[in-house]
Design a protein around this ligand. Structure first.
Ligand SMILES: [Zn+2]
Length: 259
């Protein structure tokens, strides 16, 4: 299994990074998780978007879902495109459809097969099993655990410290965890500090921690230091746009660029 980072900037994109977006690849499936601003362009630089087997949306904050609209138009005008399953919290389609109000020729359901999921539901895409957990965030938000015979990636999505992320991520190869805050720049508890991400990784006994969803103006090396101080023996990596992390070799097989 491989984890590709399309973008890792929290809240809004920067010149160096799109907002949140990742692709999980195993030999049987490609699963795109979150399509924040700028991620569709980033994906097209390296992948054929018609080869994506499913899209997962963690929640409908714009930095996690806005690029579903350019994806919609690309698929709509591509005769080779198939209808794409979208696994997401209840109400996602109705929420996003408001953007298209008045344009009767456009309907998201022409292109997307929205499948509302909740904790306890299991989605299968090729050999990849997807499990979901509700996070500690102001609107319905799902963390996602993607598991196949070739590895396990758990993605925190956006969350404050009030969820059992350590239980949900237990024994994952990679915990892809948001780290919006730093110890001396910490906002409302609807996101995590890098230190809290490190604590979760340690308690979950994951093999590697990949930090993501950085506050755009932060020095990410500070996030890495703060997470590593709390993560015990778990190595800490920084997500980077264009980077591809291979779970088996535990290395970046495509380096990407620093965010
Ligand atoms: Zn976010």
């Amino acid at each position: 299994m491989r984890l590709r980072v399309l973008g890792c900037s929290g809240t809004y994109p920067t010149p160096r990074s799109p907002s949140s977006g990742y692709v999980i690849d195993d030999p049987t499936a490609s699963v795109w998780i979150d399509c924040g601003t700028g991620t569709f362009a980033a994906l097209q630089r390296v992948l054929d978007y018609t080869g994506i087997d499913a899209l997962v949306l963690s929640h409908v904050h714009s930095d996690h879902c806005l690029d579903i609209f350019p994806l919609y138009y690309a698929l709509r005008f591509n005769p080779q495109a198939r209808r794409l399953p979208v696994y997401c919290p209840a109400g996602t389609e109705e929420h996003l459809a408001q953007f298209l109000v008045g344009d009767t020729a456009c309907k998201l359901s022409f292109i997307f097969d929205f499948r509302y999921v909740k904790p306890g539901d299991v989605a299968e895409v090729g050999d990849v099993r997807l499990d979901f957990a509700v996070t500690d965030h102001p609107i319905p938000t799902h963390a996602v655990r993607a598991e196949s015979p070739t590895g396990i990636v758990t993605y925190s999505a956006d969350t404050g410290p009030g969820m059992d992320l350590d239980v949900f991520a237990r024994d994952s190869d990679v915990l892809l965890c948001e780290a919006s805050y730093q110890n001396n720049d910490c906002g409302a508890p609807l996101h995590l500090t890098a230190e809290q991400a490190g604590e979760y990784a340690k308690r979950a006994s994951v093999r590697d921690l990949v930090l993501t969803h950085f506050w755009p103006t932060h020095d990410h090396s500070i996030s890495k230091t703060e997470a590593a101080a709390a993560a015990g023996d778990v190595p800490v990596e920084l997500a980077r746009p264009g980077g591809v992390f291979d779970l088996e070799s535990r290395t970046w097989v495509e380096a990407g660029t620093p965010a």
